[in-house]
Design a protein around this ligand. Structure first.
Ligand code: NAD
Ligand code: PRE
Length: 293
């Protein structure tokens, strides 16, 4: 497998930091340079051994890079690509970790038009509600999936190299079209985050919110963990995947309207039938997920 002499991580948080740790543990990387907005976060990343050196200037950092991973919120990626475009080494591979792919592909086409052969959009399907360099961890990607959405212009060997580095982190690698990716993740990742935020907000705005939170237990905890996620990241995802998300938000609203009707009408049979159907789907999914298939 090709090793990475110099890896530049732009956005040293949970995902970028965990990728750097994975490459270090696999013995695949010479030097890791981290680029970020916050000096405190970069210093913490050095202390924790996530990166070896830090910079606040992406253009300066990418000199001599073999691989540049952009792991900022997706709303930042356009300006990052713009900053590195004039100074990228000719054969440096540029990848990202963004949760949305159609927008990232568009940003690469707009800001890195001379470099598209070496651009490999990617999305690791692993994470948590924690953020920043201190959240970076070994093993985050083990037995998880990574989806690559190569551009028309991406060189097969560049996509192959990125896929192999992700495999070295313990992940299984899949390829999809960007629009297919965005539709899938609107349904199984983006919509549930929006619902969790909206539900917690609804409870927080109740006049008896304090008492509700006092008595909230494991059901509340399981349903709402992801409402503790980073607001900027989720703002950017909501806007970047607008069309697919709107379609699922509307479908969910129709489901809620149906549920409301059944509750109003006291239609226990309809409620139970739907709960049974949803339960079966959830049980089957949980078995497959536990087996890592
Ligand atoms: N958290 C998850 O579960 C998860 C999973 C898969 C993919 N992602 C995606 O990965 C990316 C990173 O997410 P994360 O959870 O690691 O977030 P994070 O907040 O832990 O890390 C992002 C880092 O980027 C830095 N940053 C922001 N703007 C920057 C800029 N202009 N230049 C340089 N650094 C900048 C932030 O200061 C922060 O340190 C996002 O695009 C997100 O959509 C997140
Ligand atoms: O586990 C979590 O907290 C996550 O939100 C991880 C999660 C997901 O929805 O599964 C969130 C966003 C990503 O782009 C990929 C993974």
């Amino acid at each position: 497998m090709r090793s990475i002499g110099k890896l530049v991580i732009i956005g040293v948080g949970l995902i970028g930091g965990s990728f750097a740790l994975a490459m270090k543990r696999a013995g695949l990387v010479g030097q890791v340079v981290g680029v970020g907005r916050s000096l405190d976060n970069l210093n913490r990343a050095i202390e924790l051994g996530v990166i070896d050196a830090a910079s606040q200037d992406p253009a300066q950092a990418v000199a001599g890079a073999d691989l540049v991973m952009v792991a900022t919120p997706v709303g930042q990626m356009g300006r990052v690509f713009d900053a590195i475009a004039p100074v990228l080494p000719a054969a440096a591979i540029v990848t990202d970790a963004g949760s949305t792919k159609g927008d990232v592909a568009q940003l690469m086409r707009a800001h890195l038009p001379e470099h598209l052969a070496y651009c490999v959009p990617a999305h690791p399907i692993a994470g948590s509600d924690r953020s920043g360099a201190a959240a970076a961890q070994y093993g985050l990607f083990e037995q998880r999936r990574v989806v690559l959405t190569p551009l028309e212009a991406t060189l097969p060997e560049a996509a192959e190299a990125v896929g192999q580095w992700w495999q070295a982190s313990g992940a299984r690698v899949f390829s999809m079209r960007a629009d297919e990716h965005d539709a899938v993740f609107a349904s199984v990742s983006h919509l549930p985050h929006l619902l969790a935020f909206a539900y917690v907000e609804m409870v927080a705005n109740k006049t008896d919110a304090a008492r509700c939170f006092d008595f909230a237990a494991t059901g509340f905890k399981d349903f709402t963990r992801i409402a503790g996620s980073h607001p900027e990241m989720w703002r950017d995802i909501s806007l970047a995947n607008r069309d697919a998300l709107l379609a699922d938000l509307r479908a969910y609203q129709a489901g809620l309207a149906q549920l409301t009707q059944w509750v109003e009408a006291g239609d226990g049979a309809a409620l139970e039938q739907m709960f049974q159907h949803a339960r079966e789907a959830r049980v089957q999914w949980a078995q497959r997920f536990a087996q890592g298939v």
